[in-house]
Design a protein. Structure first.
Length: 225
């Protein structure tokens, strides 16, 4: 049975009921189908919610590609992408200033290179800030990795490994800082106890605004690239 392209079927042995979950990165809905539920019933369920899904997709912020002239926020400042194409170049060079991301390339579409550059920049900044905040509470960070996660902005393992979404690089600085403070606080408390939140607040430059923006606008980070 054919379904619209914005619906992705996810069969689940654990789910107890049909559900639709928005994936803002892929701009699609996951149709969760429990074991034993027919596709005919699942399709009917999706059809019943067609208008609601359309409204939710229309509410998503417009996507911003890594094209020449595009304006993207990086580390709290808007930067304009400027691409200088020269087929005689042997490689793509990318630099960042206070106002621009400057790309010199022989690639007709350097968007993948720009993404790799931003991911590397995000890792460097997240790692530096994580180690700085960890030192404040007398803890050490074992390693920092960045991924393109969809549901979690960061995580902390019991052995001191921190992982972040590289898309945090597009967040306002107070939110970028808050997420790092949150994960570093987990180095002391792998829970969300009062003691944990006290450390998180102490480590955050602007706890209230940073947390609020991530809760209310975090999905906007999926629009870039």
């Amino acid at each position: 049975m054919d379904l619209p392209t914005h619906i992705i079927v996810k069969n689940s042995a654990r789910a107890r009921r049909l559900a639709l979950r928005l994936d803002p990165k892929d701009r699609a809905f996951h149709l969760v189908v429990p074991k034993g539920v027919s596709m005919r019933r699942a399709a009917a369920f999706a059809e019943e919610h067609a208008s609601w899904m359309r409204d939710r997709l229309n509410e998503l912020p417009k996507q911003v590609a890594f094209d020449d002239g595009a304006v993207i926020p990086v580390l709290g400042k808007n930067r304009v992408i400027r691409i200088d194409y020269d087929e005689g170049l042997k490689r793509t060079d990318i630099t960042i200033s206070h106002t621009h991301i400057l790309v010199s390339t022989n690639q007709s579409d350097p968007s993948a290179r720009i993404k790799r550059f931003l991911k590397a920049l995000a890792k460097d900044e997240l790692e530096a800030l994580s180690r700085e905040k960890a030192s404040i509470i007398g803890k050490k960070v074992k390693a920092v990795t960045v991924r393109d996660t969809k549901s979690r902005w960061g995580s902390c393992s019991h052995d001191g490994n921190l992982s972040y979404s590289w898309r945090l690089i597009f967040a306002p600085y107070e939110s970028f800082d808050y997420v790092v403070a949150h994960e570093v606080a987990h180095l002391k408390h792998l829970d969300h106890s009062t003691a944990f939140w006290n450390i998180c607040r102490a480590l955050s430059d602007n706890f209230i605004d940073g947390q609020y923006w991530m809760r209310e606008h975090g999905q906007e980070l999926m629009r870039y690239g």
